[in-house]
Design a protein. Structure first.
Lengths: 220, 220
């Protein structure tokens, strides 16, 4: 069966786009990435494909748009069989969906409060962020990955977001490894995978991007 | 195959619990509902089963907890085959997940802004709420249900929330039918289904509950 044409409307620094790219790599799928210029005006294709949110990532599969990053990873997993990213049992899948939703509700927003924060607000933001990571460590338990003994769906969902963690550490003045050694070790292990290593941008480059955001917001 | 024991940690006025009950009814499953007293203290079983959010609904399937209402409906659909609530094709399922997520991000929060609002804030909240319903009308298109020609997953996700719409109309001073006749007609049609009719509480009773919330918040 042909896999069909896969086009990703992308932005290099979007942790949500990174998820999709890692999922595509894990499935061994080739795709064309079209970089959106998010400050210079969005493409007509993006506006047409995602009229509700007008955001990357959008995956076009034979021209049909799939939007919202976790939803795209789900679609990729359902459409392109092996290796399976989600657990085989319905209960395991329900746990994966639960933690995906938790990550999507919490991590990026808490991180934004760090790079936007100052003084007491920053202290609270740092604490909130570490609390979230500690809950995620609880979810991983004594396993190597969120997917158990193998890298899976929830790992993909979180590892994209980790590309901004270096910036959070710098602007927050903390080290994730100190409070959450399990998450620190998990990030290192994930980065040894080819799909992750070739997708995540350089920490310093993301840091410079977030510094630019801070300047745009009048924080620096 | 035995369906196993199904226990629902419930609250009669929770639109999120209603989803789960409608999904269980659609599948023809019997279950035991345990009403939580949300003002008098949560049960140990609820706190143990949903330590992250401590909220209803929780479905216990043979003692194993599944939490977050859309996730529970998904689990029910995956676990208890026919009739299928989600579309058969992966693309259709991705659309159902997208609109489920949209509804969960928007509808209840916009409704809360109505019953909490006054003056100009209330005007804005009313407008936002109607805008959301109009987007949902766009998603339904010229079909009878969000699921196409049959009542399905997204219908279940939204119809539970509709139990609060009468209260929004009363406190907002508008009629949904005037601006969104398609949604108005869809609600009527859904209420003709046994699963929905036996689950949704009386509009007036929900209205009185929301009035009590307003008093608790010092609005009335």
């Amino acid at each position: 069966m042909s896999k069909g044409e896969l086009v990703l409307l992308d932005c290099w620094v979007s942790p949500f786009s990174m998820r999709v790219k890692i999922a595509l790599e894990e499935k061994g799928l080739s795709y064309e990435a079209q970089e959106e210029d998010l400050f210079g005006g969005k493409s007509d294709l993006l506006l047409k494909s995602n009229p509700i949110y007008e955001k990357v990532p959008v995956l076009l599969h034979n021209g049909k748009p799939i939007v919202e990053s976790a939803n795209i990873v789900y679609y990729i997993d359902e459409t392109f069989g092996s290796p399976s990213l989600l657990p085989a049992c319905a209960y395991g899948r329900s746990r994966a969906r639960f933690w995906t939703d938790f990550i999507d509700k919490k991590v990026f927003e808490a991180g934004s409060s760090i790079w936007k924060g100052k003084g007491e607000e920053l202290e609270l933001a740092n604490k909130e962020f570490i609390d979230i990571l500690k809950k995620l460590e609880g979810a991983m338990g004594d396993k190597d990955y969120f997917g158990g003994d193998k890298f899976g769906f929830v790992d993909i969902i979180l590892i994209g977001l980790s590309s901004w963690f270096f910036a959070y550490e710098k602007f927050g003045g903390f080290k994730i490894e100190d409070d959450c050694p399990k998450i620190g070790g998990w990030i290192k292990k994930c980065k040894e995978r080819e799909s992750v290593a070739k997708t995540l941008p350089d920490n310093q480059k993301v840091f410079e991007f977030v510094r630019m955001l801070r300047k745009m917001h009048g924080i620096e």
